[in-house]
Design a protein around this ligand. Structure first.
Ligand SMILES: Cc1cc2nc3c(=O)[nH]c(=O)nc-3n(C[C@H](O)[C@H](O)[C@H](O)COP(=O)(O)O)c2cc1C
Length: 244
């Protein structure tokens, strides 16, 4: 592909993560991760093929159970297909946004204003979903997954672990390339229509739809997440991760 990946990998292997160059690469990775937020305002301009190739390659590098890679992505670029997907997404978003607005109605004004900004971005995506130059439809085949929690009396999540790491790799690669995207799942509700539209075989299903395009305005930036100590414990549930 001649995209320079081998060279980057070699440099890291040869110099090691402790070297100055290695440290620089780690810092860059953390910087990309900590600014990889949901981008819902996307321009219709095309994404060059070489950029898309690198992004797809990054998705392929993701781990999966038994390395079976039980996922495929249909990269939808045809304007008519995108318009159809856009129409389906818009309908789902409208219903979701109405519920979302109802849910935040009683929240304090400051929180409401923050949520309203997210909803406004969602409204924009809902109105322009089909205009994004690429929509990646993420598919999976459960027959090719070792779903170790399938027999438990709760929602099964293990299968997704062989799909969403590829999605996250793709999102991070988008971030690295300056391409905007957001993981969306509302379209999964229209799985039958999406499968018929794209000729997805009976034994494959949909896990996500990723609209992709260059961001309108600034795009990527700081993200709000809970602190590490809220989400990590040491040696037992709710036991603090740090000693202080
Ligand atoms: C499983 C999953 C499903 C999501 N579905 C949608 C969706 O259908 N539409 C949408 O606009 N955003 C969707 N999102 C994006 C989340 O709302 C977003 O990642 C989260 O609010 C954090 O946003 P931030 O990265 O900008 O802080 C989804 C994210 C995940 C992980």
């Amino acid at each position: 592909m001649g995209n320079g990946f081998a060279e980057i990998g070699d440099r890291h292997r040869i110099m090691g993560p402790e070297s100055k160059a290695g440290r620089g690469m780690s810092e860059q990775l953390y910087d990309l991760m900590s600014t990889q937020r949901a981008i819902r305002r996307l321009r219709p301009d095309p994404i060059p093929d070489d950029v898309l190739e690198r992004i797809m390659q990054a998705a392929v590098w993701a781990p999966s159970g038994g390395n079976l890679q039980p996922w495929r992505m249909v990269m939808v670029t045809d304007p008519e297909l995108r318009a159809t997907l856009g129409g389906l997404y818009a309908r789902r978003w409208e219903v979701f946004a109405a519920m979302y607005r109802k849910r935040i109605a009683a929240a304090p004004p400051e929180e409401q204003a923050k949520e309203e900004r997210t909803i406004a971005a969602g409204d924009h995506l809902g109105n322009h979903f089909g205009e994004c130059p690429v929509i990646a439809i993420v598919c999976f085949n459960p027959d090719r997954m070792a779903v170790t929690d399938a027999g438990l009396d709760r929602v099964s999540v293990v299968g997704g672990g062989s799909v969403y790491p590829a999605v996250q790799n793709l999102l991070l690669a988008c971030r690295a390339e300056g391409v905007g995207s957001v993981l969306t799942t509302l379209l999964c509700q229209d799985e039958a229509e999406v499968k018929a539209l794209l000729g997805i075989p009976d034994d494959w299903y949909t896990a996500a739809a990723l609209p992709m395009g260059y961001p309108v305005g600034g795009g990527y930036g700081p993200i709000a997440r809970r602190p590490v100590q809220d989400l990590f414990f040491r040696d037992g549930w709710r036991r603090p991760i740090s000693g202080d």
